[in-house]
Design a protein around this ligand. Structure first.
Ligand code: DC
Length: 224
């Protein structure tokens, strides 16, 4: 099986690019952030503090997260309920980042993530795919862009969905999430030694997709 790992901070364009690469190659696209978001949503909906391990860890016993692929599109289920739209709410981003810092949460999701790569050719995106989840992935990309540009993209995405957001607040949230994700003790966001760095600042999305497809195709030719 072939695995392509795409890691990087929030808003670098990982999901759009990973989806396009998967489509081009006929691979399964797995968005691992959705799993952390589902757990963040579950704890948030209980009205609990998503950063408190003493409430998050016991809550895991009542949580079943599944990914189902319908016409190649990933849907996320929390205890049998399709939460694919709910997990995209802006307040769930920080909830996901909070729960993802708890080692028991990462362990809880580890095998599930690995199982997709065992049975399918995958493009998997996240924060620790190339470093921890799939350290033997044939292609690893670390995708990034400036915090300002990532906040601006997020602003456009959420505004288009009709959510009321403020650019400066989003920028502060992007920076806070970068800090959380890269400073946690377990599996922090960092570039794997053998990952290729791609900075998409200033690119149009189609340009970034082209850039990454070229890298992936060249790398696959070299390694397979
Ligand atoms: O990619 P995203 O914004 O949907 O991810 C939500 C949060 O989940 C992110 O802030 C950090 C966490 N995450 C993680 O810790 N490891 C992953 N492989 C994917 C996401």
């Amino acid at each position: 099986m072939t695995a392509i790992a795409i890691d990087g901070p929030a808003g670098a364009g990982k999901s759009t690019i990973a989806r396009a690469v998967a489509q081009k190659l006929g691979y399964l696209y797995v968005d691992t952030g959705a799993l952390y978001r589902a757990i963040g949503l579950a704890v948030f909906e209980q009205g609990d503090d998503t950063a408190d391990p003493d409430v998050v860890i016991p809550a895991l016993k009542q949580i079943k997260v599944e990914l189902r692929f319908i016409d190649g599109e990933q849907r996320v289920f929390l205890n049998g309920r399709d939460v694919s739209a709910d997990i995209r709410r802006n307040e769930i981003s920080m909830a996901a980042s909070n729960v993802s810092a708890i080692p028991a949460v990462r362990e809880f999701l580890f095998e599930l993530q690995r199982s997709f790569a065992k049975n399918n050719h995958v493009v998997m995106d996240g924060r620790d795919i190339g470093t921890v989840v799939l350290p033997h992935a044939q292609v690893k990309i670390f995708l990034t862009a400036s915090a300002e540009e990532r906040a601006r993209r997020r602003f456009e995405e959420l505004t288009q969905k009709g959510q009321q957001v403020d650019y400066d607040t989003l920028l502060a949230e992007v920076r806070q999430r970068d800090y959380n994700d890269s400073h946690r003790a377990v599996a922090p966001l960092k570039q794997a030694d053998d990952a290729i760095l791609a900075d998409t600042t200033g690119n149009r999305m189609e340009e970034s997709i082209e850039q990454i497809l070229k890298i992936v195709e060249k790398r696959l030719c070299d390694v397979i």
